[in-house]
Design a protein around this ligand. Structure first.
Ligand SMILES: NC(=O)c1ccc[n+]([C@@H]2O[C@H](COP(=O)([O-])OP(=O)(O)OC[C@H]3O[C@@H](n4cnc5c(N)ncnc54)[C@H](OP(=O)(O)O)[C@@H]3O)[C@@H](O)[C@H]2O)c1
Ligand code: SF4
Ligand code: SF4
Length: 383
């Protein structure tokens, strides 16, 4: 494992961090974590040197923290720094800060957290948290030893990121969505540099764009691009090396859902260094980025923040089928999947345009418009 500087802290973090958001599950029900398998995966990663674990109140329908608490028994708590996140969108009054922190520490069964993040900050949530005095609350709880460092994860435009970073001098870290496709998206490269210049560690989430840029084999047009290099890296390895090439990136969190992914990502991380990529590598990645932009029209990362839809629409699954139909030019497969795997009551035409999902979407996707388009294309008979 390679280790990297973590902002201004006197500590080095593993290049690869474990995100407990996409653990293996027993069925389509994401609350049913396949615990024996997920336990093996997480402990194997920690045994191999991963020293950063990330979870949140809402992951796996509120089961992730309970499960991570079990993983960190038997001496594993001492081997990692643990991060979890306050669900800002559920906060209504100041007393809720303590309510969630206490509940989360109980779920995790720990006396102290290393990093406590405001989850998925955007302009509205930050304003609300500030008005409720979140910074002075956090400083008090840190002085009492409940958590060591106050941080935030972010989903909004760059100016909001800049305002949040500058609003408090003691942020230890910012967690941002960053990958070779989303270079100028949300905080983006500009936000990465700003945070690092101010001494914040930067933890990267969605390094593989939720798995979308790690498909192996990739779409034919992308595969042709990668073949131009003699690197012999998988699509996931290209994405990670692009991140670790940059000194401002502290760690890349991966939400691994299979042991084979853990193995591969550990191996990639152990071969990582800053400035590993050549000018030719960068030029090639730039071209692949352009191809991907043209291939996947809906920038959905399958984070599921839009769920549950009050009308039961299976938003991310429909977007996934639509994007893959476009990327692979596989409309008949897409129509099959739509008809076979999405129940009639969860299809896009059940949307009543209440707008709740668009409020929740960190990617600011025009969900209602895309649902209408997806239904128009996917509900057609096969050609
Ligand atoms: N704070 C926030 O707002 C927020 C939002 C999103 C994520 N996060 C955190 O950040 C973590 C990382 O984000 P993410 O889970 O979206 O990460 P990601 O690495 O972009 O996507 C994870 C997915 O990539 C695929 N994958 C992983 N390794 C692979 C490999 N070697 N080869 C092929 N596919 C591979 C898997 O997909 P398959 O299942 O298809 O195999 C996996 O489910 C999360 O787990 C969570 O802890 C935070
Ligand atoms: S706008 Fe449509 S898809 Fe979105 S939450 Fe409302 S009913 Fe569901
Ligand atoms: S539509 Fe938005 S909120 Fe819903 S899964 Fe996709 S990215 Fe997440």
């Amino acid at each position: 494992m390679q280790y990297r500087q973590f902002g201004s802290l006197d500590w080095k973090v593993s290049a690869l961090g474990f995100g407990a958001m996409r653990l293996p599950v027993l069925s389509d029900d994401h609350s049913k974590i396949n615990e024996p398998e997920a336990m093996k995966m997480m402990r194997h990663a920690i045994d191999a040197g991963v020293n950063y674990v990330d979870t949140a109140y809402t992951y796996h329908q509120e089961q992730s923290e309970h499960f991570v608490g079990k993983v960190l028994k038997d001496g594993y708590r001492e081997k990692v720094r643990l991060a979890t996140k306050m669900p800002c969108w559920l906060i209504n009054e100041k007393a809720d800060f303590d309510h969630y922190l206490e509940e989360q520490m109980n779920r995790l069964d720990v006396d102290q957290l290393d990093f406590y993040l405001l989850h998925a900050l955007n302009k509205k949530q930050w304003q609300k948290c500030q008005e409720l005095g979140v910074v002075s609350w956090a400083e008090k709880r840190m002085s009492e030893g409940l958590f060591n460092h106050f941080c935030f994860s972010f989903h909004d435009e760059y100016p909001v990121f800049e305002a949040i970073v500058q609003a408090y001098d003691n942020w230890a870290m910012a967690q941002i969505q960053y990958n070779y496709v989303d270079v100028n998206y949300q905080a983006g490269r500009k936000g990465l540099k700003l945070a690092a210049d101010r001494g914040l560690a930067v933890v990267v989430m969605e390094p593989l764009r939720g798995g979308r840029i790690a498909k192996n084999p990739p779409p034919a047009s992308v595969a042709r691009m990668w073949e131009k290099s003699d690197r012999n890296w998988s699509p996931a390895a290209w994405a990670f090396h692009w991140l670790w090439d940059q000194p401002e990136v502290s760690t890349a969190l991966s939400g691994m859902s299979k042991m084979i992914e853990v193995e591969e990502n550990l191996e990639t991380a152990s071969g990582s260094t800053v400035e590993k990529l050549t000018a030719e590598d960068h030029a090639l990645i730039e071209k692949v980025r352009e191809v991907y932009f043209s291939l996947a029209p809906i920038p959905c990362t399958e984070c599921e923040y839009c769920l549950p839809c009050p009308s039961g629409v299976a938003i991310p699954r429909i977007f996934n089928i639509y994007n893959d139909s476009v990327a692979y030019e596989a409309w008949n497969n897409g129509r099959n999947s739509y008809n076979e795997f999405i129940k009639a009551e969860a299809r896009a035409d059940k949307c009543v345009e209440c707008g709740e999902c668009e409020e929740a979407c960190p990617q600011n996707i025009k969900i209602m418009d895309w649902l209408a388009r997806a239904h128009e294309m996917l509900a057609k008979p096969k050609e």
